[in-house]
Design a protein around this ligand. Structure first.
Ligand SMILES: C[S@@+](CC[C@H](N)C(=O)[O-])C[C@H]1O[C@@H](n2cnc3c(N)ncnc32)[C@H](O)[C@@H]1O
Length: 443
């Protein structure tokens, strides 16, 4: 459980949205104020002064090291509102949480980014663990987990030091295409191979879904093609994507087709593979973590659970149950007792729920809807088959979302509960039937 916010003016960012934007500040000749003159100030002063900042420390009792630091102005008194005037950057680093909260509040009012040393999540900036070597300045942030960022910093420092980590130029991979599953969105949920090939790409053709933030890490010479913007109509768009893959590979480039989830799960990956094979272009497939499984997992829902469900069916909601193009036997799905995972199902949720109920599924069957799974915008709605469409409507559920139907949809990993008894008549689940819940912190 996260701490209850002590400062209601600045509530904790719900997990896992604690994701900062890493940036380099030009602090030359700019005022920076550190409130507090202890070990935090001492650690930061060196790099701030080296960056050319005009540093002022406001502290009742600065340590001798802070007091005597070259190039630092020290104000020996308690903090007052107004001390940040003119500053571009601030740090609240006293041992008094109330003072730190006041500094952050004043900084926020003045639009000054401010680090809060005692409770990083309540500040508006955080200091990355950093290492300088050979002209590089590497910063590491780990969603507030200082031990992890410090550990990675140590590893980077060691690697740069002993040469096992080196900046290799791009474009040394043989020409061809890699169809890479990027996972559901969290950049850490791509495979090791996928990430390595991405780092070696000359061209990246990227989908709308998937780990978009990884594109930020690509070198400046890498050509990024937004597949969602490739022109022509829907059917033609796939052809145009195929063409671009083949054409760039024939031009000698190594092309990564970065797709959301797994390339072969509603990803049209096999069409791209066929296009490459037919064109004689070398192609490799790197499977990805599909959102069909990872989406529920990110919300604390296992798609199978011993003695509860022995089957999981992933189904496309791309067309309505009665659409002539539908290849899904919704009646058969309604007769299942296990988990049904509906992808692309937001728009027609009412029709799918009706079809499952018509096929025999209990209308009280739990449903979970996970929007933007594994990203900072993840949201989970809970309902039953009977209420799902209404809950989705009132809560304005938007794609991309995964809809999980089945007893596991009532599970809650945060509390370690299974949300009640089975919906097939075993036990009484009325007392624990889930209503609708939006609880990103419960992951
Ligand atoms: C065209 S399919 C692509 C599926 C992808 N290949 C995979 O394996 O996850 C798009 C659908 O995947 C689901 N989806 C993909 N990423 C998602 C995410 N981060 N959160 C929730 N649903 C997601 C949604 O149902 C969305 O409509």
């Amino acid at each position: 459980m996260p701490d209850a916010p002590a400062d209601p003016a600045r509530p904790l960012v719900p997990e896992p949205a604690y994701d900062h934007y890493l940036v380099g500040l030009d602090l030359r000749d700019r005022d920076v104020v550190i409130v507090g003159g202890g070990s935090v100030a001492q650690r930061r002063l060196g790099t701030l002064v080296a960056a050319g900042a005009n540093v002022t420390v406001v502290a009742i009792q600065p340590t001798p090291a802070v007091e005597s630091h070259a190039g630092v102005r020290v104000v020996n008194r308690a903090y007052r509102t107004g001390d940040l005037d003119g500053a571009w950057y601030a740090m609240a680093a006293t041992d008094d949480p109330e003072v730190n909260a006041q500094v952050v509040a004043d900084a926020e009012a003045a639009h000054i980014f401010c680090v809060r040393a005692d409770e990083a999540r309540r500040g508006t900036a955080v200091t990355p663990a950093s290492v300088r070597r050979d002209g590089f300045n590497v910063g590491v942030l780990a969603s507030g987990d200082h031990r992890r960022s410090a550990a990675l910093r140590r590893a980077i420092a060691a690697g740069l030091g002993d040469g096992t980590l080196a900046a290799a130029p791009e474009g040394h991979h043989a020409a061809g295409v890699a169809l890479v599953g990027g996972g559901p969105g969290d950049p850490e949920l791509i495979t090791v191979r996928g990430r390595r090939l991405l780092a070696e790409a000359d061209v990246v053709v990227a989908d709308r879904l998937g780990p978009a933030s990884l594109l930020d890490e690509l070198g400046p010479t890498v050509e990024i093609i937004d597949a969602a913007k490739v022109p022509y109509g829907r059917a033609m768009r796939q052809e145009a994507i195929n063409d671009v893959l083949v054409e760039r590979a024939r031009a000698g480039k190594f092309v990564v087709r970065l797709k959301g989830g797994d390339p072969f799960v509603y990803g049209r990956g096999f069409e791209e593979l066929i296009a490459c094979v037919e064109a004689g272009v070398p192609v490799t497939v790197v499977p990805g973590i599909t959102s069909a499984i990872a989406g529920p997992a990110a919300a604390g829902i296992p798609v199978t659970h011993r003695a509860v469900t022995h089957e999981v069916v992933v189904v496309s909601g791309h067309v309505a149950p009665d659409h002539p193009d539908s290849l899904v036997d919704w009646n058969a799905l309604g007769a299942l007792r296990g988990t049904v995972v509906i992808m692309m199902g937001v728009e027609r949720l009412a029709q799918f729920a009706d079809a499952l109920i018509a096929g025999g599924r209990d209308s009280a069957t739990p449903v979970a809807m996970i929007e933007n799974a594994s990203t900072s915008r993840q949201r989970t709605l809970r309902a039953t088959l009977h209420t799902a469409a209404e809950v989705a409507r009132t809560e304005d559920l938007r794609p991309p979302a995964i809809v999980v139907v089945g007893d596991v949809a009532a599970f809650d990993a945060a509390s370690g509960t299974t949300g009640g008894e089975r919906s097939d008549g075993v036990g009484d689940r009325s007392a624990s039937e889930p209503g609708m819940e939006t609880d990103p912190a419960a992951r």
